[in-house]
Design a protein around this ligand. Sequence first.
Ligand code: HDD
Length: 726
Amino acid sequence: MAVEERSAQQTVPAGTAPAADAKQEQLAPYRMDKTDTRLTTDQGIPVDDTDNSLKAGPRGPSLLEDFHLREKIMRFDHERIPERVVHARGSGAHGYFQPYGDGLAPYTAARFLTDPDVRTPVFVRFSTVQGSRGSTDTPRDVRGFATKFYTEEGNFDLVGNNMPVFFIQDGIKFPDLVHAVKPEPHHEMPQASSAHDTFWDFVSLQPETMHHVIWLMSDRALPRSFRTMQGFGVHTFRLVDAEGRSTFVKFHWTPLAGVHSLIFDEAQKISGKDPDFNRRDLWESIEAGVYPEYELGVQLIPEQDEFAFADFDLLDATKIVPEELVPVSPVGRMVLDRNPDNFFAETEQVAFCVGNVVPGIDFTDDPLLQARLFSYLDTQLTRLGGPNFAQIPINRPVAPVRHHQQDGFHQDDIPLGQANYHPNSTGGGCPFVPGAGTFPEAFTHRPELVDGHKMRKRAETFADHYSQATLFWNSMSAWEREHIVAAYRFELGKVAYPHIRERVVAHLNRIDNTLATAVAAGIGVAAPEAVSVNHGGSSPALSQAGQPLATIAGRRVAVLAADGVAAAGIAGLKEFLEANDAVLDVLGLVDGVVRTAEGGTLPVTRAMVTAASVLYDAVVVPDGDEAVSQLIGDGLALQFVAEAYKHAKPLIVLGLGDRMVEAARLPVYATSDRVEGESSKPIAAALDGVVFLAPGAQVDDRFTKDVFEAIAAHRHYDRPVDGIAA
Ligand code: HDD
């Protein structure tokens, strides 16, 4: 729903005089007048010159009376607001959520979750956590996944992350965690990285972090795209029905494009080549009509099963509820189909709050959640300059707003009448609160008996910090484990203090001895002696291996090109990829066009020097004797192919392009296999995600099927890559 439509629904408080209607014009959001395009000041005064300040003579001093100069510079000086203390870097998108059916009707009174005819507008902001607003998109980090549902009963904010657990159990530790992971206070380094002393010092002294830390060391911390990462509400919430009966719930977002990640070397290179990598991908996908889609799933746990899980406490945010114990049921779909009109007005000014819940959803006593209920409201006071941030268009509910709040910085409303208190008779008693039990739509906190001594104490059911980290480790495929070990080695390799490295290895040993030993071997720490801790359990749902090969939508493919390139194969491939919502960029040695073997020209999307293999999901090596010879002679082109191979990406090799695979010294295709002038592969053959098309062969269904599968798989980690120089 457009901002204009939403704001139009901001109704005047019930009970105000009809004369109020005339005033509503003034309540509309501040808008530039687009009917007259001439420049004015903020006060609407037409401007005659915005390029020269008012001076005493052309070479004379500037004059204080130049109100246009003063206003222009004053506005510029104050353009920045404080960035978010965490999650400062983010990207947003509009869309909608719609339930599949009424399956949740027995559990919740929230209509937006139970009525399949209700399409609820949403705004989602994805973010990194550690870095500043201008930091890179691809550090090893948790990603925020915050969704504002503009429901007819008010705003519901699901402020989650792309990992289902959190570092700490009690919100009182949040400032410590954030201080430790952010750049160190004495020199403000490193930016957007957990690979430093203070982070590892903190986590190794606070072992409840160990489960989340292993997620952070996994590929989950390097999402290929916001379109290909999961989201989790993390805490256990409650669904509440109209009679006040409650069911525990965990919220899950699953991307329909599959769950895919970068590898760390690639992520680091992308930080230099395109620091906006994930932001650009989200923007361009939506512009291209390839809308990111996510399925909302729920794990439902009956109230009486609160203590049914022997190994963990539902109120402990460092734990998951394994899907093997409680399956995730799909309940609806979210589609992101519109980019923001203005980054600052929407993405920067959106204010999420975990406390924004609507009737039908309620909290639990999770001590992490409870602290969040305070923090989000509080932080906006500084960030958005006062208490009226709910009036900013992106934060306004579509539900009507009626209350007695008043004044404060940036009050956009002009409240009418005398009645700014309750109860009143000067305003006809409005807005009023109907008598108890006569206003079923009202949010009613679920009555709950609370009985306990006042104390600062952690429940004993929160005491196990290792079993679920072990579960995660046990559930990983071989390549996922390799990546995890490499990540620990990298991060701890940046830690200067040996005793911190040793302490972390000791914790890892309580997760799994092979993990601890492998990490220790890379960081100069003695291998720890095995202790019997691994319970052997695993949860296949935790692994990213074996994603469904359902789609290649939104994938970016690069074809290298030079004069003499055979255009026919490229044309067939392009048609196939575009029909499947993937993109094919032609990268030339220079910009412009290349001459084709067929005698025509092929436009170059961009010069290779402005691109890099790390920015693509797959690489095509073209056919054409002359073109292949030129590409083989170009170090950048050879590096492009070798690096894509090393990063386990699909390589599509057309005709004589296989000479280039050989020149790049890739192991998949030895010279001896190839008969001079033709490919040894009959028509099309796929090997570890390298797909060949024989010279002169047509792009046919067999070939495109191999291409589809190679790209849909995303990465091919079974390849031997250690010896590749890239
Ligand atoms: Fe938080 C922002 C997610 C624990 C305090 N948090 C923030 C955002 C996300 C999360 C996605 C960015 C929202 C946006 O895009 O504007 N935070 C989480 C999750 C947590 C969590 C999934 C654990 C389950 N957070 C957490 C705790 C506290 C905070 C325990 C404090 C006690 N979080 C904040 C904050 C932020 C924030 C300081 C910074 C900017 C903002 O709220 O609006 O209030």
